[in-house]
Design a protein around this ligand. Structure first.
Ligand code: NI
Length: 202
């Protein structure tokens, strides 16, 4: 009897924990205001110099000449990045249909593995206009810090890749004036394109 009660308590506890996780993973349909990523908009973003997928050194000023979407991830990412980068590519296409030219940029948080060649095959598969950026560990950290991106190597000896990267997965809408909006992962591309078009008064 006592064992049964303990079992019930344990089951309820697991149920409540699962519900909490479920609620945490719920994605709102609205763009996050910059305040919701725990930072004022004026403190997000900043200059960087990195290496593009052709091996050329490029500055953020050279790249962000107009409306731009930026995502930090890595090419080995098994699940989240491919979805988020596809959303970014789809949003760029939807905005092009509205006559809005937006440049998608993918910045790696795994420069040890993501050399320009890996970045080239990744971005070419994702979108013809996508720019892929890598750099030294210090350069990537500087760019990630500027955008308040958290990333951390997680060793997974059982996997072939050897390690994964934990990382925040926000998509940043940026113009030459700075960061204008931050989108949570799982955001629908139609909603992202709509929100950006409104910000560009279209
Ligand atoms: Ni990822």
């Amino acid at each position: 009897m006592r064992k049964a009660v303990m079992g019930l308590v344990a089951a309820v506890f697991v149920g409540v924990a699962a519900m909490g996780l479920y609620l945490t993973l719920q994605k709102p349909d609205q763009p996050l205001s910059p305040a919701m990523v725990n930072a004022d908009v004026s403190t997000i973003g900043g200059p960087f110099t990195l290496t593009d997928q052709t091996g050329k050194r490029v500055t953020s000023a050279e790249l962000i000449k107009g409306p731009t979407l930026i995502y930090f991830g890595y090419t080995f990412c098994p699940d989240v990045c491919p979805v988020d980068v596809t959303v970014m590519a789809d949003a760029v296409d939807l905005l092009a249909e509205k006559g809005l030219d937006v440049t998608p940029i993918f910045i790696t948080v795994d420069p040890a593995r993501d050399d320009p060649e890996s970045m080239a095959s990744y971005v070419e598969a994702m979108h013809p206009k996508m720019v892929g950026l890598t750099g030294t560990e210090a350069e990537i950290k500087q760019a990630a810090d500027a955008y308040k991106v958290y990333y951390q190597r997680v060793n997974t000896p059982e996997s072939q890749a050897g390690y994964l990267m934990n990382h925040t997965s926000f998509t940043y809408f940026v113009t030459p004036d700075g960061v204008k909006a931050v989108f949570r992962d799982g955001f629908p591309p139609e909603e992202m394109a709509g929100a950006i078009a409104r910000m560009l008064n279209r």
